[in-house]
Design a protein around this ligand. Structure first.
Ligand SMILES: Cc1ncc(COP(=O)(O)OP(=O)(O)O)c(N)n1
Ligand SMILES: Cc1nc(C(=O)O)sc1CCOP(=O)(O)O
Ligand SMILES: [Mg+2]
Length: 254
């Protein structure tokens, strides 16, 4: 068997060569979560800018929306996300995630339980959930979460008045589980380095990209800082399928 590194181009068209994507085990992910209340521009424009800037995943989060509205929004932003080789997650609504062929669903505190959701999803679809303690993290892993999000790490407009949990607590969660952990809550260019040092799989942000008047630049700065970090995820999230083409490291196996 012959193996060569592949970074895109024509090699995969050579007859007899089978392209095998190797998930970039060392890449930190940038998840951008939508929030209609903290949105600097039209949703579509921000999403397009965020994925151009290097967001790996857009999570469509619109808690009060009826299924039809969420479905239509997902359909509207999907081409830009796919076109950039990024992934789409739907917050809370498993039905909308299935109907739109999204990469998965992010389950919130009042969503369906993971155990009830898992049988509904395709094998490679992600089920993420938010946790707020080591105990919840371990439980989520046991019942089949693909990844968890721990927060809020720093003070955030989303949780006014609530004390942040901090990076030491984040590190304890990362150490306690063997699934990817995303950090969330108040993460910016000012504090991202200390977050990456914990071994997280990446970061999830609202304000740092959604509320920025230049969302593409904002996403690109976070992306570049993650790529330049000398820290690495303890357990990385797989890249959305098409993303391997765009940014990931790949191998060709003959
Ligand atoms: C990736 C990611 N992490 C955390 C959250 C939490 O937000 P929310 O949807 O409000 O969930 P609960 O706080 O209700 O559990 C998220 N959406 N995405
Ligand atoms: C939606 C959400 N959930 C959190 C949690 O701790 O579960 S923190 C948070 C807000 C994230 O927004 P920003 O990046 O602007 O701080
Ligand atoms: Mg919440």
């Amino acid at each position: 068997m012959r193996t060569v590194k592949w970074n895109g181009g024509l090699l995969d068209r050579i007859p007899g060569w089978k392209k095998v994507f190797v998930v970039s085990e060392s890449r930190f992910q940038l998840h951008v979560i939508t929030d209609g209340k903290r949105q600097s521009q039209e949703l579509y424009d921000i999403v397009e800018a965020a994925v151009r800037g290097g967001a790996d995943v857009i999570q469509l989060r619109y808690k009060s929306a009826p299924a039809l509205d969420l479905y239509r929004l997902a359909e509207a932003i999907r081409p830009a996300i796919r076109g950039a080789g990024a992934g789409l997650l739907i917050n809370d609504r498993v039905d909308v995630a299935l109907a739109t062929g999204a990469e998965g669903v992010h389950l919130a505190a009042k969503s369906l339980p993971i155990a009830a959701t898992r049988p509904l999803m395709q094998g490679d679809q992600w089920i993420g959930c938010s946790v707020h303690s080591v105990e919840e993290a371990v439980k989520a892993e046991q019942v089949g979460a693909s990844y968890i999000t721990y927060g809020h790490i720093f003070a955030t407009n989303s949780k006014p008045g609530l004390p942040p949990r901090g990076v030491d607590a984040l590190r304890r969660v990362v150490d306690a589980v063997n699934i990817p952990v995303l950090a969330i809550g108040g993460i910016t260019m000012e504090n991202i380095d200390e977050v990456l040092a914990t071994g997280v799989a990446g970061i999830a942000v609202i304000g740092a990209v959604m509320a920025d008047l230049e969302p593409e630049r904002a996403a690109r700065e976070l992306r570049q800082r993650m790529d330049a970090s000398h820290h690495r995820p303890k357990k990385a999230l797989p890249l959305a399928k098409a993303l391997s083409d765009q940014h990931g490291r790949s191998e060709i196996v003959q």
